[in-house]
Design a protein. Sequence first.
Length: 302
Amino acid sequence: MSLIAFLGAIETGLLFGIVALGVFISFRVLDFPDLTVDGSLPMGAATSATLIVAGVNPFLSLLGAIIAGALAGLVTAWLNVRLGILHLLASILTMIALYSVNLRIMGKPNQALLGEETVFTPFEKLIDLPYYWVTPIVLFAVIVVLLILLNLFLSSETGLGMRATGVNGRMAAAQGINTGKMKLVGIALSNAMVALAGALFAQIQGGADITMGVGVIVVGLAAVILGEATFSTRTIILATIGCVIGSILYRVVVAVALNADFIGLQAQDLKLVTAVLVVLAMTLPGARQKWAKRKSVKGAGQ
């Protein structure tokens, strides 16, 4: 695998690390299975691309994408909290609706950004390195800032209330925590981060497309599970860092598998590789526990 391909895998891993952090909030912190991300990622991309083409500053377009993603998350949480619709079904309904919303935003199935300035343009002029180095460096800086802000939030009173809601909603409500509000805030925050990733994705690849969100939830879950399987999750800080590391590992493994000629995999095998990696990530922790238990039993027997 060439250096450019490797850095491309790191770049994509960092980008989907933001998605993994959003998925971590909904699935792990709130215990809320949210499929809205398949619609909020292209929504962030569509919003950012449309704003840039309209002459808006690329950095401000990111803010627009974040707000759009947060609104999408609020709709899902509102359907669940206020209307009593099952969380999984609520997120599916929102995801389906966002397909039409995204078409409305762009006015067409895709929006090109060729020749337009992006948030990476100033850094390409500032950092005296080839373009394939600049994007991963900028994304790494974004990830570090997001990790700091997210961990500060989850350590705050609101964040602790959100975590308590995910662990035991009834007990949290008995302690005076507004669990409905926690879900509204948490799902909005989750989809805001996913939409930010979509906006950055659009600016990196040079355009937004209506289908770019297909399978995002699987990639996000794969990153979270792989991070938990390979990295310590004893604290919330380590768990969030593990999400990013899991995303990078996932993309690197996929890139190695697709670039290894002796395996014979091609681009159309990406979904197959994804499914195999998710299965391995989900079974690895259990297999490791069984192996450790057998080892301890043998040690005790001797």
